[in-house]
Design a protein around this ligand. Structure first.
Ligand code: PHE
Length: 501
């Protein structure tokens, strides 16, 4: 005897009456209406349910009672992203590039024609083996033809987004793929038997289950006699689309919470500041590469500087002043220091705060925007956030500094390790790393402020300081490969992120 026979033998011994008793109206209605295998959406539509969930709940119950079987299948839907739609309309930038190359265009002209896409296009062409000589592309008809063919195939794929198109163009963010689960429902053997029996005794009176407990039922004492439906916590229901905070806001809140719990106070500051405060006060020499135009956004204005402080800082840069340091040994320029820029780190807020509170203890932090002239790619943004902090107190030491990070990152759910590093304003300096999938990722810098930084303000105590990347941390927390994912405004994508505790 096969297993199935045994099973159906056993099934046929099950009494139908008690099961029939457990059915409520909706379950009965669905059970009796089922014909063969049917999609849940079709059932809902056929029976006039306004929402799928109204049908799904009784169907789940029927399945738990062994009367129907729910077969789940995941299907994928493909569509063009907003960028994909644009490209479909205007053509792929590669096609335009190839047309230009065909005419043996000069690189400079090529750049003018393609504007901001030019660098990417040149990279692509070189990668594909197109050579440049004497500032011009070398025309290789056969190769251009081949590439043209490939590009037009890609464009064709874009016109008909499917798995193939997704594999080809999904990585470029032109095609998106979404999973949609399909549920089909069919009567089980037991279900079929029950349907037959119910048919026979349609007219028989049955005891109904109560869905809802009302104040009346309680007051009248009727509840004693009634039969209540139990909850099915495993029932299929759609995820409600409620409003929630943006993932970056959630992360910032969590960071803030961590530092507040550790007894820190939050500060904020301006975006446009003087080079003097952003760099010179922090003993960053005026020929430091971070001050280059390519690295920093300068603003067309200048700042007046406090002349007493200016002279102290000038001396420290030039010969170390009274700090015992030799300084940098160059001639310091006031002009350079007056320049305005978009702050390149929030360490400026730290030093400004200390300048106003030269007597400890101080425990402050900030989570705020900074600006660096970076080309946007999967790991860089020109505008991002830094988690800054400082501790100034009598017994503050290196071990306390390490302790702050251990505590902070353990609150965020990570382990940390430290590596030696260098900053012009700290000694010792260290780099903080956390682990992800067995790999150590650099998250920021830290150290103890040098006397050259503290002397102008008469600060004698030890000052521990740090500046950590918020977006880097976000990529790890949310498991993102591309930093731009943190700034997405695609509502579907945002909904898919879990609410973190
Ligand atoms: N300002 C440094 C940065 O932007 C970080 C840092 C802050 C390092 C304070 C040491 C002390 O990377």
């Amino acid at each position: 005897m096969g297993g199935k026979d045994l099973f159906s033998q056993w099934q046929s011994t099950i009494e139908m009456d008690p099961i029939a008793d457990t059915l409520n109206n909706a379950e009965r209605k669905i059970l009796l209406s089922l014909k063969g295998e049917e999609d849940v959406e079709d059932i809902a539509r056929r029976l006039g349910y306004g929402e799928l969930v109204e049908a799904m709940s009784p169907i789940s119950w029927l399945s738990r009672k062994g009367l129907v079987e729910i077969k789940e299948r995941v299907e994928y839907a493909y569509s063009l992203t907003e960028r994909g739609e644009k490209v479909l309309k205007r053509g792929l930038p590669e096609a335009q590039a190839l047309d230009l190359v065909k005419g043996g265009i000069a690189i400079t002209e090529f750049r003018d024609e393609l504007g901001k896409d030019a660098s990417i296009a040149i990279g692509w062409l070189k990668n594909e083996g197109c050579e440049i000589e004497g500032g011009k592309f070398i025309v290789d008809e056969a190769k251009i033809c081949d590439l043209r063919e490939r590009v037009s195939q890609e464009l064709e794929a874009l016109g008909n987004p499917d798995e193939g198109a997704y594999e080809l163009l999904g990585g470029r963010g032109l095609v998106r793929k979404r999973a949609k689960s399909q549920r089909r429902v069919a009567l089980t053997e037991m279900g079929e038997r029950l349907v037959k029996e119910l048919g026979k005794e349609r007219e028989k009176k049955r005891r109904e289950e109560i869905n809802q407990l009302t104040p009346e039922i309680i007051k009248s004492g009727e509840w004693r006699k009634l039969k209540f439906r139990s909850y099915d916590v495993k029932a299929h229901v759609p995820t409600p689309r409620m409003g929630k905070r943006h993932l970056l806001t959630l992360l910032i809140d969590q960071v803030r919470d961590a530092f507040l719990k550790m007894g820190f106070t939050e500060i904020r500051g301006d975006y446009v500041v003087s080079s003097f405060w952003d760099m010179d006060v922090l003993f960053i020499p005026q020929d430091h590469p971070a001050r280059d135009l390519q690295d920093t956004f300068y603003v067309d204005r200048s700042f007046d500087l406090d002349s007493e402080l200016l002279h102290k800082v000038k001396r420290i840069h030039e010969d170390g002043g009274d700090t015992g340091s030799d300084g940098w040994g160059y001639s310091w320029s006031e002009e350079e220091a007056k320049k305005a820029l978009l702050r390149t780190h929030t360490t400026i807020e730290t030093i400004r705060y200390l300048s106003n509170h030269p007597k400890g203890p101080v425990k402050i932090f900030s989570v705020d925007k900074i600006f660096r002239k970076e080309a946007i790619d999967s790991k860089h943004l020109p505008e991002f956030n830094q988690i800054e902090g400082v501790v100034m107190e009598k017994h503050a030491d290196f071990r306390e500094l390490l302790g702050v990070f251990k505590q902070f990152y353990s609150y965020m759910g990570f382990e940390v390790r430290f590596r030696p590093s260098y900053f012009p304003y700290t000694e010792p300096s260290l780099e903080i790393q956390i682990q992800k999938d067995g790999e150590w990722i650099e998250l920021g810098g830290s150290g103890i402020f040098r006397p050259e930084v503290l002397a102008p303000f008469g600060i004698k105590e030890n000052v521990l300081a740090w500046g950590l990347g918020l977006e880097r941390l976000g990529m790890i927390v949310y498991d993102l490969k591309d930093i731009r994912g943190l700034y997405t405004n695609d509502v579907d994508e945002l909904q898919s992120f879990p609410l973190r505790r």
